[in-house]
Every structure is written in C-alpha cells, then in structure tokens.
Design a protein around this ligand. Sequence first.
Ligand SMILES: Nc1ncnc2c1ncn2[C@@H]1O[C@H](COP(=O)(O)OP(=O)(O)OP(=O)(O)O)[C@@H](O)[C@H]1O
Ligand SMILES: [Mg+2]
Length: 259
Amino acid sequence: MVLKLENVALRRGGKWILQNINWQIESGQHWVLFGLNGAGKTAILNLLNAYYFPTHGKVNVLGMEFGKTYLAERLRKQIGFVSSSLQEKFHPGDNAFEVVLSGAYASIGLYETPTDDIRKKAVELLENLGCIEYANRNYETLSQGEKQRVLIARALMAEPPLLILDEPTNGLDFIARESLLEAIEGIAQKPDGPTMIYVTHHVEEILPAFGKTLLLRDGKVFAAGNTREMISSNKLSSFFQIPVDVLWHNNRPLLSKIQ
Ligand SMILES: Nc1ncnc2c1ncn2[C@@H]1O[C@H](COP(=O)(O)OP(=O)(O)OP(=O)(O)O)[C@@H](O)[C@H]1O
Ligand SMILES: [Mg+2]
C-alpha cells in the first residue's frame, strides 16, 4: 500500500478545509485527484508531504504514519513532487542539467560533486523526457513546458516510489501540453516506475494510465473509483451541479456543458 487516509479532517484559519477523507492507494495504481478551485487538492498534497498535520484521522504514506513515526524529512525524500509553484525556487545561474542532478540529493541547488553514475542517470532522464538538447541552458531561460520536463526528470532522480504532479500543464499551449502528457504517460506505463498522483481541474488531461480517480468537492470525497465511472456524464453532472456531457475519444475524455 502506498497511502491510506482514514477519516482525515483538516482545520486551518478557523475553517474546515478537509472533512472525512478516506482514500487508499495500492502500489501500481495511478490516480487522478480532480476538483475545482478551492476544493482542497493542495491541502491534501500538503498532508501527504507532511507540511500539514491532520486535525483528525490518520495519514499513512509509504508505511509511515504521521504522529507515530513523524519522519517528515525521510518521507519527503521518497516523494517526487512537481508543481508549478516549485519553479521559482532554483538558483539563478543553474543550468537544466544541474537542476536535474540536484534531485539526487533532494536539495535546491547543487552542493555535492555528483558521481559518474548519478551524471549518467541524469543524462538518461533528460533523454527520456526529451530535454537533452537544452541540458546546458540556464534553467531560468527555459519555457514553462521545458521547465516542467526538467522538474519531472529532477523528481525521478531519487527514484521515488510515489510521484505527485500538481497541475503540471499550467500555462502550456496545446502542443506543449500534449507532449508533456505523452512523457507522463510513458512514465506511468513503466512497470518499475513510481505510483503516480495527477492533480488537475481539467478533465481533458486525464491519461489512459490513470485508471483511478478521486473527485473532491468542498473538502470532501464526492466519489472515488475507476476513472471511466468517475469521469462520466452522470457522475460529473452531479459533481458540477450543472448538466454536462463526457465523450471518451482516443482513450481520453472530452467535457462539454449541455446548453
Ligand atoms: N492556511 C489556510 N488558512 C485558511 N484557509 C486555507 C488555508 N489553506 C487553504 N485554505 C482554503 O482552503 C480551501 C482549499 O484550498 P486548496 O488550496 O487546497 O484548494 P485547491 O483544490 O488546491 O484549489 P486550486 O485548484 O485553486 O489550486 C480554499 O478555500 C483555501 O482558501
Ligand atoms: Mg491547488
């Protein structure tokens, strides 16, 4: 088991942000965490990364139960985390290769001399993610889409058993988005790859490898289960509380509002 949340509730700033969250992820499953703005998606991720402590309930991630064995540092080293908010935090002069290398040490910036094996692995990941041609470019000069690829390669350096992608396609155009999604699908299809959680509020980004979906609404689990059942006209019409149509085409869902 990769994670288990039992009756989790979170109260911050005098407000219940999450209530009665039950969620279990088995190894090898890939999940979409789907919800509108303010639903509590980032709050859940902060619980998983041990940045927030649950007000009620139990959070167990990769066999570590918060409160009992409170090992935030050790836990964070085992979770690959890619979000657009992480982008700002790199050293101005670092090139893409150095940013990826730093993933081996879970550090922002490179303070150690990487071994040959680590350098070889970084090159392999840059190749897999299609970013080898800009490996020597200053990270800050890369486009949004190029940066996201570098960040995913960086997250994979530590071979994390769990990889969380928080809206990785933010700010990407159609072509950049689709090619990033293709790279993500490639990682998800690898039998020895990490378990993945893909956080989004766009139905169109849900990839075939993500067979499970949790629908989060107003800080509560609206429904969770097989993606095909969750991302359906019926389910999403009651989720959004407006009539919508979901059309599956080329193994991907398309969403439109019924006029
Ligand atoms: N520290 C806090 N104090 C008070 N309210 C908070 C705090 N953190 C989050 N919230 C509120 O909790 C709710 C859930 O926020 P969260 O950031 O988890 O939403 P989200 O699902 O990630 O949304 P988005 O899709 O916009 O990123 C929001 O209403 C937010 O304003
Ligand atoms: Mg968020």
